[in-house]
Design a protein around this ligand. Structure first.
Ligand SMILES: O=C(O)C[C@H](O)C(=O)O
Length: 458
């Protein structure tokens, strides 16, 4: 590979000739061959947004001349198109402050900006009025807030409205409820799907609430939180610039010392993503149980056939979308554990597990966004209900006898249920023999559809 010589405060080293980055990035590439996973591009773009906003603020407040300021802004906009993503190769498992990634962006922007015919340096111009210690926590909040706003929330709203649509189409379908996986009292399918919708609605509320804290930024705190080397008004102007860039409402946090040394808002959002993952897991599991069979399972629904299920068993079709969703949910729950540990890693004035928080949070948001759309479009919108399979077990369900508790008492009802179950007979026939309730009364009391309304059967 052709190389060129670059220099930093530690001396000289070789970097690939084509690389837009410089010496500090190359040192980090050499130092951290750990996961071979680079920082997510959404995170790099968030850092570029901060550099763009900082250049504008520095032009107004910090004495950055307009030629350099404009060149840095142009370079940042180019990075935001994604066309230079390959120039940000540093591993997630790097310095805990994310200094390597901050310097990677500083170096690439300085190279691009210098092509405009002005000398722009990574530390003095691109990083002016900033430290990794405020840039990286700001980029965590910014990148996560953008991802929630642009991807996750719309995907969750779409999943919820798809569920609501199916629920209203299926409000006539009555099925056997299950508790402990065992036959229980009946309910309607819109009630069952309505539970998923309500869970999702509340997950969205919790994520919306976490967004408020996420929109408070570290920028302006610089090295330890005092704001050393940043001009007065810098924090406010950067927050204002980022708000204009994104349409979100960012403000400086009330304590930069807290912003630099903690990751509480990221831990909170990750926790809400974990809660969402539990919702997704529940929906995925209900779908696969309902779809089980087609002959020897519950067979209540038929998921759309998307691919051959088996390499050896011809004709087998598996619930691949719920399986994918359940794995994504498991991953989010796992990533949250690492974020929880990282959130505790604030030592005095700096949290030192920031790149891990950034990467895991964005991965979780992306997994949940994509999963919500897949579940909506390739499972929930398209499953068919096997109504005939629902009717038979419903009529024979001995638990319907619960509706007779008021008329004949729990013990008498239990005896009827036991006999109906052992003899495999409809509950109504056994109840007619064993009680003095007439057929008409029993039909009314044991009507599965009526039993889905709640209240005391009359
Ligand atoms: O990179 C910086 O700006 C500061 C660094 O993280 C440090 O505190 O040592």
């Amino acid at each position: 590979m052709a190389t060129r010589i670059e220099r930093d405060s530690m001396g000289e080293l070789e970097v690939p000739s084509e690389a837009l980055y410089g010496a500090q990035t190359q040192r980090a590439i050499n130092n951290f061959p750990v996961s071979h996973s680079p920082m997510p591009s959404a995170f790099i773009h968030a850092v570029a947004r901060i550099k763009l906003a900082a250049a504008r603020a520095n032009q107004t407040l910090g004495g950055l001349d307009s030629a350099r300021g404009e060149a840095i802004q142009k370079a940042a906009r180019e990075v935001l198109t994604g066309k230079h993503d390959q120039h940000f190769p540093i591993d997630v498992f790097q310095t805990g402050s994310g200094t390597s990634t901050n310097m990677n962006v500083n170096e690439v922007l300085a190279t691009l900006a210098s092509r405009e015919g002005v000398e722009v340096t990574p530390n003095d111009h691109v990083n002016m009025g900033q430290s990794s210690n405020d840039v990286i926590p700001t980029a965590i909040h910014l990148s996560a807030a953008i991802a929630v706003h642009e991807s996750l929330r719309p995907a969750l709203v779409h999943l919820r409205s798809t569920i609501d649509q199916r629920a209203s189409e299926l409000s006539h379908v009555v099925k056997t409820g299950r508790t402990h996986l065992m036959d229980a009292m009946p309910l309607r399918m819109d009630q069952e799907l309505g539970a998923w919708s309500s869970q999702l609605g509340q997950a969205i509320e919790r994520i919306d609430s976490a967004m408020k804290r996420l929109c408070r930024l570290a920028q302006g705190g610089t090295a330890v939180g005092t704001g050393i080397n940043a001009p007065i008004g810098f924090a406010e102007q950067v927050a204002q610039e980022l708000s204009e860039q994104t349409g979100l409402m960012f403000t400086p946090n009330d304590s930069f010392f807290a912003s630099l040394s903690s990751q509480d808002a990221a831990v909170e959002l990750s926790g809400q993503l974990k809660g969402l993952a539990c919702v997704i897991m529940k929906i995925a599991n209900d779908l696969r149980w309902m779809n089980s069979g087609p002959l020897a399972g519950l067979g209540e629904i038929e998921l759309e056939a998307l691919q051959p299920g088996s390499s050896i068993m011809p004709g087998k079709v598996n619930p691949v979308i719920p399986e994918s969703a359940a794995q994504a949910a498991a991953q989010v729950i796992g990533l949250d554990s690492a974020i929880t540990v990282a959130g505790q890693s604030g030592n005095f004035q700096l949290n030192v597990m920031l790149p891990l928080v950034a990467s895991n949070l964005l991965t979780s948001i992306s997994l949940m966004s994509n999963t919500a759309r897949l579940l909506a479009d390739r499972a929930i919108a398209t499953f068919k209900v096997r109504e005939d399979n629902l009717k038979g077990p419903l009529a024979r369900n001995p638990i319907l006898v619960t509706a007779l508790n008021g008329a004949i008492g729990y013990n008498a009802a239990a005896a009827i249920a036991k006999e109906a179950y052992q003899a495999g007979r409809p509950i109504i026939d056994v109840a007619e023999e064993k009680t003095n309730l007439d057929r008409e009364t029993l039909e009314r009391l044991l009507d599965p559809a009526a039993l889905t309304q709640g209240g005391i059967p009359e």
